[in-house]
Design a protein around this ligand. Structure first.
Ligand SMILES: [Zn+2]
Ligand SMILES: [Zn+2]
Length: 360
């Protein structure tokens, strides 16, 4: 396989975090790995766009218990075209010209026990885009042919970008929440980046959605997207009682908690219906989950962690979006807006998701 069809520049625009805790730098002379330098199994993707995720902020600040590489090119919600494939690559599932997504899980060995059980996102040898390997805040990115995600036709690249992380994450959490059609699911933070996608996936799965957030703008959004009921957490006097009252008096069958504060997890034990499931999705750097043991036992509550998704989850989440069942609310910005986007994410002022145009 050769790359003769595509002209690959030597340098590119990229957002680089030079050192731990260092200031983000937008460079226009960042090297592009040339097709001749690609290892077997690697491919070079020319990016159309990439989403910005709260995880990128953690990676840039290096405030998680596990450190990111430095210098670091962050980003893990990229969509673009395969423009080169490493020589001697065998059985590549993608070919030159294919439109693919680059997601958080850049590589898994497919052979360790978690991988063999379909839990490749916790592979013992996993590599993560924009964390352990350079990610998508550059015009070209190197990834693995086995793990780039084909993007369905008809789904805009800018739409697919946020589905690759936010969409996959909430989709999988709902899929494994032990719920069935007609069950109640509560979604704290329903009007946020992950939450507004969760509302739509839950509704598409036939679940009854109780959305929790604050403000009339978010209320109107989530009700339009398919929520059946709404609670404004700033207006309620007793959130737990109001949630139970809204869900037949018994509480929801499941809660998908994407918040980063531990209170939101503890409350779920109180309001969940007996036999209910708490899906722990939010990723605070150092939070603790204090579950009341007595009620966890006597209500037979399931507490499950859910972390992004495997390659199959990604395809399913994209497919549902391509069929128009889940739309992302996002704003398109240039790469130079990355720093201000981080500041907005830190303050919680970003509505929906931000997608960066990488080819302008
Ligand atoms: Zn993400
Ligand atoms: Zn593995």
């Amino acid at each position: 396989m050769s790359s003769t069809t595509y002209q690959i520049p030597k340098v590119q625009k990229a957002a680089v975090v030079p050192s731990v805790g260092g200031t983000l730098e937008i460079r226009d002379n960042h090297p592009v790995k040339q097709p001749s330098e690609l290892l077997p199994g690697e491919c070079l993707v020319k990016l159309d766009c990439t989403g910005v995720c709260h995880t990128d902020l953690h990676a840039a600040k290096n405030d998680w218990p596990v450190p990111a590489k430095t210098p670091l090119v962050g980003g893990h919600e990229g969509v673009g075209i395969v423009v080169a494939i490493g020589e001697h690559t065998q059985d590549s599932p993608v070919k030159l010209g294919d439109r693919v997504g680059i997601k958080w899980l850049a590589y898994s060995c497919l052979d360790c026990e978690p991988c063999r059980k379909g839990l490749e996102q916790v592979c013992y040898h996993g590599q993560y885009s924009g964390f352990t390997v350079d990610g998508t805040f550059s015009q070209y990115v190197v990834s693995w042919t086995s793990h780039v995600t084909p993007i369905p036709e008809g789904l805009a690249s800018t739409e697919a970008a946020s589905i690759l992380c936010a969409g996959v994450t909430v989709y999988r959490a709902i899929k494994y929440s032990n719920t069935k059609i007609g069950d109640w699911i509560v979604l704290p933070g329903a009007g946020g980046g992950l939450g507004h996608l969760a509302v739509q996936y839950a509704a598409a799965m036939g679940l009854r959605v109780l959305a929790i957030d604050t403000g009339s703008e978010k209320r109107d959004l989530v009700m339009k997207l398919g929520a059946e009921k709404w609670i404004d957490f700033k207006e309620t006097k007793n959130l737990v009682e109001d949630i139970k009252a809204a869900t037949d008096g018994f509480g929801p069958h499941a809660a998908v908690v994407t918040a980063a504060n531990s209170e939101a997890f503890e409350e779920a034990i109180d309001y969940l219906r007996p036999g209910g499931t708490l899906m722990v999705v939010g990723l605070p750097g150092h939070g603790k989950l204090a579950a009341d043991i007595f009620y966890t036992v006597t209500k037979s509550i399931n507490i499950l962690g859910s972390y992004v998704g495997n390659r199959q989850d990604a395809r399913e989440a994209l497919d549902i979006a391509a069929r128009g069942k889940a739309h992302c609310v996002y704003a398109v910005k240039p790469l130079s807006a990355l720093q201000e986007t981080y500041e907005g994410l830190a303050k919680g002022t970003v509505v929906g998701r931000v997608v960066l145009n990488m080819q302008e």
